[in-house]
Design a protein around this ligand. Sequence first.
Ligand code: THU
Length: 160
Amino acid sequence: MKPLTITSRLEVYDSIDEVPGDVQDLMDKAIKVRDSAYAPYSNFKVGAAILLDNNEVVIGSNQENASYPSGLCAERTAIYAAGATYPNSRILKIAITAKSLRHKVVSPVPPCGACRQALVEYEVKQEEPIELYFMGETGKVVKADSIKDLLPLVFDNTCL
Ligand code: THU
């Protein structure tokens, strides 16, 4: 037996004011689209904004359903829209923010496991990493250089 140690390096910024200007702009778009979330069941609103190499920004918010599993997270809403609208563009960055209608979300909210899996598919497709930034409603912002930093031991097409 040999132990396998997995490490990820993330960057933590004290506030949105500390991140680079282009990321602040992207996060502003995520904050704006967060309001469009349809979240009557969880009262938890998430916004995602994706920057492409053609300078377009594609946005998404979570969309819930009375049949709970039929709803979709903000990140997948956004990345599938990006894939459908600009199938040949490279995805550079994604900014994510979450807000609860019940309490102030001060801790950074990372993408759920299913969204990590969906996001990493596009990294594999484009053979280039996607930078990811996530935050709550306020407070610290966490940056990952690659989705794989949040999803070690990835299941991708090389496993098939
Ligand atoms: N949600 C997202 O939009 N993204 C995530 O990564 C985590 C969860 C949504 C799904 C659901 O509408 C609500 O947040 C509560 O789980």
